[in-house]
Write a protein that binds this ligand. Sequence first.
Ligand SMILES: [Zn+2]
Length: 215
Amino acid sequence: MTREPIRSIQTGLNALGYQPGPIDGLFGGRTRAAAEGWLAAGGKAALAPAPPPPAPPEISSAVIYQGAARYPVDEIIVHCAATRADWMAGLPIAEKVAEIRRWHMSAPLNWKDIGYHWIIDRDGKVLPGRAENVIGAHAGAVKNRGTLGVCLLGGHGSSESDAFLQHFTPQQDITLRQMIAAIGLRTRIRKVSGHNEYAAKACPGFNVSTWLKGA
Ligand SMILES: [Zn+2]
């Protein structure tokens, strides 16, 4: 009996700001309580976006992360994988993330890990990539520092002025908004941007500021 389905649920609950306890694939008391909280909050649209708590002025430039490495993070940069809508369809998100990790860790990139911190599948499921307390590889040396990279699967053939739903799903829309809200609860995010604001690329295949405003 694989623990992967429960692990995936625990990872998702974590990403949405619930506390299922250790990501161990076991449906114990804490996972049950977190799942019940999530359901009680309305199922899929579980997390009501809340304003980030005001930080005291004396630590205004620092965002403290759990974990050993600490560095200020104040921006989320959205990406797409530029994969076709049916890429690896039917396979678990873990296999898709493993494939992207292989691309990033092999030539010509040869990175030490997958470049993104979070990956959002077509059905809205989420899997972590690089740990949040490790600097990513997604937006160039200058913008990697102090930012988190979130990657949507899909986006093949998109251009930077396309609408979100031309290339991505309503489930991805919900999850990305929930993720931005959840990250904003534990960090002071000042900006959510698209890769195309920092590079001559279509990525993520829509205008992030327009999308954030609900368009
Ligand atoms: Zn990108």
